[in-house]
Design a binder for this molecule. Sequence first.
Ligand code: NAP
Length: 260
Amino acid sequence: MDYTLITGASSGIGRAFAFECARRKSNLVLVARSGQVLDGLARELASAYGIRVEVCTADLSEPDSARRVFSFCRNRSLHIGLLINSAGFGYAGEYADMPPDELESMVQVNMLSLARLIRLFVPSMLGCRKGGIINVASLGGLQGVAFLSLYSATKSFVMTLSEALHEELRGTGVRVVAVCPGYVDTGFHDRSGQDPSQSVMPVYDASRVVRAALRGLKKNRVRVFPVFSDTVLAGLQRCTPRKVVLRLAALLAPHNYSRF
Ligand SMILES: NC(=O)c1ccc[n+]([C@@H]2O[C@H](COP(=O)([O-])OP(=O)(O)OC[C@H]3O[C@@H](n4cnc5c(N)ncnc54)[C@H](OP(=O)(O)O)[C@@H]3O)[C@@H](O)[C@H]2O)c1
């Protein structure tokens, strides 16, 4: 029986993926640190949509966590047909002030665990000649973003890895898409230390990210921008001098740093 595995399912975009996939009658494996939140969500989705929902509580900042998530699925014979990597976080502020532990956790969650999960789950998808991977990247990954430096670098990694795998897996039946949201209304900004009221970007709902990503996967797109303004910004980014792009990216981010 096929399952969709969603990391970061306890809130924001990952939670919205869980609702939409449940509505489409997919069985789910929900992954995040907040076990109680996931348990409540699992009960709600299972009873509302008549699907099977498994909860795998995991801290993806721990180096061995991806392997443990994989073992959880293997021990229960859960075949993952769709892997959605949504777990992630940012840190807003001067790079020089960033706590070193935070730096390592971010690389682990946003990059290494994502890469390892794909590496672990893709062989069985290839064996079935069918599968999908949705990676939640960011508009911020199209270029470096001042005061979100490491975060933007981790999202560039997600985009590059997704693009490479999209091409590498062409013709195998396994599809890979990166979804690149701009500014979505979730707890992300508060958690990363940004002031949402400072945003000059249009703010939209997580459900728009989810619908765009699932549509993009169906159409076998390489990358997806959820709303028109994101598509426009991505297009402008390609034909604007790099120094101007970097300056604009810093200005568009919802920051409140005195030098800007
Ligand atoms: N919101 C935006 O504007 C925006 C824009 C572009 C891209 N994104 C990306 O979208 C993705 C989802 O973010 P969101 O907006 O939905 O933010 P969110 O509401 O803060 O959700 C983040 C999710 O990641 C999980 N997570 C964080 N650290 C984790 C860890 N160490 N181990 C396991 N799970 C962890 C959280 O679960 P627990 O706390 O329960 O562990 C939570 O479910 C992220 O990759 C983010 O970079 C967001």
